[in-house]
Design a protein. Structure first.
Length: 175
């Protein structure tokens, strides 16, 4: 019998995300000078930063290669960012070997066909609400949030809550 996503969440120590369609809504605005503009949710950013501060591994594997995306993610403290990746499975395996991470401890969130092979490998495949049907079919968790609209926050928050780690920041003093 296959485990439910809630039963798999306690073993997660690594989050891997695609960019376009997951951290963004998948819409690219093209300016007259050819610049590609993407939007990201600050709520997703907060959750990513929280997970990093708690010691989780965060990795980005994307076929896109926008340096503005890299800059934003580095600003959140993400060090393992792989852009322009054509074979995500090779990148995944290299990352896991480099960090000595077991595949069953990995949550991967993707939204489209290039994510399919990676999602078949990881312990907890997830997707946003607006992922393509093939990705939804293999996802053990489908966020009720769309890509770029809080799906990353949703899945990180759920894992941290299951592991009893979400409430830590509410104890901190605020200005």
């Amino acid at each position: 019998m296959e485990k439910s996503y809630k039963e798999l969440m306690p073993q997660i120590n690594t989050f891997i995300f695609d960019v376009d369609g997951v951290l963004t809504n998948g819409i690219i605005t093209i300016t007259t000078n050819g610049e590609l503009i993407r939007n990201m949710s600050v709520k997703d950013g907060y959750a990513l930063k929280t997970a990093i501060n708690l010691g989780y591994n965060i990795c980005i594997i994307s076929g896109g290669s926008n340096e503005g995306v890299r800059s934003r993610l580095e600003g959140l403290g993400i060090k393992d960012i792989y852009l322009g990746t054509h074979n995500k499975t090779i990148q995944l395996n290299d990352y896991l070997k480099k960090k000595n991470i077991k595949i069953e401890n990995v949550l991967y969130m993707g939204d489209d066909i290039p994510d399919f092979p990676v999602m078949k490998e990881v312990g907890l495949p997830c997707c946003p609400k607006d992922a393509v049907p093939e990705i939804q079919d293999i996802s053990l968790y489908i966020s009720q949030k769309k890509g770029g609209n809080g799906c990353v926050r949703d899945v990180i928050e759920q894992v941290l809550k299951v592991q009893g780690k979400w409430d830590y920041q509410f104890d901190a003093k605020t200005d």
